[in-house]
Design a protein around this ligand. Structure first.
Ligand code: NAP
Length: 238
């Protein structure tokens, strides 16, 4: 089997990493937890762009690159496709299917922060589940709004924002309680497509509140694309 460099950072990537033997490498950016119980090697930290990644691929004799990063991690996905082209190896990608609204859902897609701010104007108590980006905008919160912001770590908010540090998976009961306790009137979310964070959409549905969805970034073309971990693992079987 070719030596694999697996770019990860999400649940499915870890599941793939668990199947890899000691000659392969699981690669993490270093912002989340680093597993210590894998047979394969674990590498933490960036490469210095596509050229750095290509140099690593050559130096380590990597024969196949697998991009199993988050659908909004557009930079590393672009770097992966470019580095694979530069080194002449295959780049396979696990591309999670996006969530789709159900009948009656009020989902409003926004392209960027400017559109999001505009779409948020009629609401008072948004729940942000976008990661850390909203933290850069705490000084811009309108007087009539109070934000609840969920991120991986608890960090200070301000008088118009409370930051909750929490890691998924999130269950339906806890999500219901969160929306009720904070009287959430709009949910702000990426379209991650992950089952681990999907219950919040069900709660928005039950409460009849809108969901502002940040549009998925366009990702570079790759050699092969898979929509499930299982399909990718089957393709790896010699
Ligand atoms: P990004 O903007 O696409 O990447 C920024 C830089 O981080 C890359 O250019 C690369 O640095 C480094 N990097 C990213 N993933 C890496 C990996 N698996 N191994 C080694 N270096 C990596 O990514 P991001 O949105 O900041 O996400 C960072 C990581 O968190 C990703 O691995 C992603 O799978 C995971 N994650 C992201 C989200 C999200 O919402 N974006 C959610 C859950 C998990 P160099 O250019 O120096 O190589």
């Amino acid at each position: 089997m070719k030596r694999i460099l697996l770019l990860g950072g999400v649940t499915e990537a870890l599941a793939i990493a668990r199947t890899l033997g000691p000659e392969h490498i699981y690669s993490l950016a270093g912002i989340g937890r680093v597993p210590t119980d894998l047979d394969c090697q674990v590498r933490v930290g960036g490469y210095g762009g596509a050229e750095g990644l290509a140099a690593f691929i050559r130096a380590e004799g990597i024969g196949l690159l697998i991009d199993a990063t988050h659908p909004y991690a557009a930079q590393i996905s672009h770097n992966a496709a470019t580095a694979a082209r530069m080194t002449g190896i295959g780049c396979w990608a696990l591309r999670r299917p996006a969530w789709a609204p159900q009948p009656g859902d009020d989902w409003r897609e926004v392209a960027d922060w400017t559109e999001l701010t505009r779409a948020l104007a009629p609401f008072q108590r948004p729940l942000f589940t976008l990661g850390r980006e909203p933290l850069q905008h705490l000084q811009e919160i309108p007087a009539q709004q109070f934000w609840t912001l969920r991120a991986l770590e608890t960090v200070p908010g301000n008088e118009h924002c409370e930051v909750i540090g929490a890691r998924g998976p999130f269950n339906l009961e806890d999500e219901r309680a969160l929306f009720e306790r904070r009287q959430i009137d709009v949910l702000v979310s990426k379209n991650s497509g992950s089952g681990a964070t999907e219950p919040k959409l069900q709660v928005a549905r039950e409460r009849g509140i809108p969901v502002l969805i940040l549009k998925r970034p366009a990702l570079a073309a790759v050699t092969r694309s898979f929509d499930s971990t299982q399909a990718l693992l089957q393709a790896l079987v010699p």
